[in-house]
Design a protein around this ligand. Sequence first.
Ligand SMILES: Cc1cc2nc3c(=O)[nH]c(=O)nc-3n(C[C@H](O)[C@H](O)[C@H](O)COP(=O)(O)OP(=O)(O)OC[C@H]3O[C@@H](n4cnc5c(N)ncnc54)[C@H](O)[C@@H]3O)c2cc1C
Length: 406
Amino acid sequence: MYDVLVVGAGPTGSYVASRLAAAGRKVVVFEQNHRIGKATCCTGIVGKDCFDAFPVCSTAVLREARSARFFAPSGRCLRVEAATTQAYILDRLALDAALARSAQEQGAEYWLGSRVTDIVAADDSIHARVAVNGRSLNVRAKTAVIACGFGSRLSRNLGLGAHGDFAMGAQSQVETNGTQEVEVYFGSRTAPGFFAWVVPTSDNRALAGLLSRQHTGARLRCFLRSLVEQGKVASCQATISFGGVPLEPAHRTSGHRVLLVGDAAGQVKPTTGGGIYYGLLSAQVAADTLEEALRRNDFTATALARYDRGWRAMLSAELKAGRRARWFFERLNDRQIEWLFETAESRRIPERLAQSPDFCFDRHGRVIRRGARLLGLEGILGLLWSFVRNLPLNQVERGKLRPAAP
Ligand SMILES: Cc1cc2nc3c(=O)[nH]c(=O)nc-3n(C[C@H](O)[C@H](O)[C@H](O)COP(=O)(O)OP(=O)(O)OC[C@H]3O[C@@H](n4cnc5c(N)ncnc54)[C@H](O)[C@@H]3O)c2cc1C
């Protein structure tokens, strides 16, 4: 009988495991892949806040970023540069491996190549069925942490609900002709309602990807072709990996003897799809809640609801602001995005924003509010008017806004 059973050795699962094992708890982590971090589809950008709060990030840094170039649908470019490093590009495989190593050093047991196929929260314990090397094992624990990322059936089977809104991400590793800055591309032809990116990981390699609700793979291939035509990328013959991105949190993230953490709980920035920081912050709350539950030997839904309240108190306002911004952005057409770029350039909004104390890679609510203030009343009214006037012409076809597999 384990104290805690963790499903998934991604950053959030390993972080919870590490904290609880360090407190002397008997922890087991099941990971379906044979190698930690190997199959992850992630660009690995985290902000300075995340980097400072979780020192383990420093073991996986590929590059630092303090500037970025944003491209409008027409190709117009806006460059933003801050005085100091704002974000870090991490090697996701190295991050996941470092977190797992730390948990193992604290005494957590890791089972790789072990897929949890079912979990039942009984009155007296958690019963998990685990598929290992063609065999099926039954494992018992006092409590379970579901940290298995986006789209698993396990949380639904436990009555904690399925994901609401989500998008698909696709990404490839590409050879560049020396791109040194993060590049972000907007427009209905590239990534309607979302954005595409090129993130340099070394002097001549980068991760190129995009988020979208539909045709994610085809869109990425198209984006890669355009990068080749512009001479930014050497070839578009790249392997594409895919991942789902939750855009809203699960309605319930705790229940009798179980917690959902990370992407499984939808703890992701709705603006960019970044989930490492919010997932790790929530994993801290999860570990504290479970430690308290183990001390009191109380695993009721009421006792564990402290986790749900805790992480929501910390992140709800940000997630709400992000969702509002996402709702608005998805309804802008290319002309309106161009107009925003033009206005931002003429009012020097990027420079002013970069110098403002509100500028923060991880807290977009503050940046959005500051950006709106810099846009001014006249600018906002202009945008709202064009928004209302153009609504029926919006190039994001509203009937097609439902997510679909790539
Ligand atoms: C294209 C793309 C780019 C992204 N870029 C960024 C970025 O730059 N910055 C950022 O912050 N976020 C980014 N994200 C999001 C980020 O990858 C996730 O938020 C993060 O990985 C969530 O961590 P997690 O631990 O919750 O889940 P995951 O990292 O998904 O880990 C879950 C683990 O559980 C395992 N697992 C699943 N089911 C089972 C099972 N039944 N049994 C056993 N093991 C199981 C999986 O194999 C996996 O190892 C990106 C996402 C995508 C799709």
